[in-house]
Design a protein around this ligand. Structure first.
Ligand SMILES: CC(C)(COP(=O)(O)OP(=O)(O)OC[C@H]1O[C@@H](n2cnc3c(N)ncnc32)[C@H](O)[C@@H]1OP(=O)(O)O)[C@@H](O)C(=O)NCCC(=O)NCCS
Length: 152
């Protein structure tokens, strides 16, 4: 199932993001402070015992722009449609909020293209999208992420 994240999910979300960074370097880890502040951005998928199996966040950037970020599904739960469900939940929330453009910064271009996202020039997005980049050790020369957008 999929639901909004709750306070007791923060530690597992933190581990999910750190673990990904250590193994694949595909998602930015987040501090506990960031996770508590942005908890309301997060959705989680859970198994039958309410154990978290994946997470994803919708971060509002500006008047008509939100970011999909921190998307991770536990390796043993991949390929079952959970990643799509998490992204769809964020897209639905964006529409509910009246935000009709979302983007993501990703190396998983084929996954997001499969979901209907298209490539976009970073510079075509609001300057605020660089906020996280500035504190990232891979910025700018080692960054291999691509900006992808979806109009809703
Ligand atoms: C990317 C990730 C979230 C996908 O999660 P998932 O639960 O395995 O994806 P789903 O099962 O929901 O797949 C949805 C669709 O995308 C397709 N898909 C999944 N991974 C794909 C990939 N890497 N490339 C292309 N298509 C992919 C699936 O075949 C499925 O297609 P269908 O609905 O037409 O059958 C997961 O692999 C992951 O956590 N990876 C590591 C972290 C990461 O890279 N996060 C993204 C950073 S922005």
């Amino acid at each position: 199932m999929i639901r909004k994240a709750r306070i007791e999910d923060v530690k597992i979300i933190h581990r999910l993001l750190i673990h990904q960074e250590e193994h694949d370097g595909l998602v930015l880890p987040r501090s506990y402070s960031q996770l508590y502040s942005h908890l309301r951005d997060f959705y989680v998928t859970t198994d039958e015992n309410d154990n978290v199996t994946g997470c994803c966040a919708l971060n509002i950037i500006w008047e008509n722009l939100a970011e999909i970020r921190s998307l991770v599904v536990l390796p043993e739960h991949r390929g079952k449609g959970l990643g799509r469900k998490l992204v769809d939940a964020c897209l639905s929330e964006a529409v509910t909020l009246g935000i009709f453009k979302v983007y993501t910064l990703t190396v998983q271009t084929e996954f997001f293209a499969h979901l209907g996202f298209v490539n976009e020039e970073m510079n075509a997005l609001n300057q605020k999208v660089f906020a996280d980049c500035l504190n990232c050790p891979r910025f700018p020369d080692l960054c291999n992420e691509v900006a992808m957008v979806m109009a809703l």
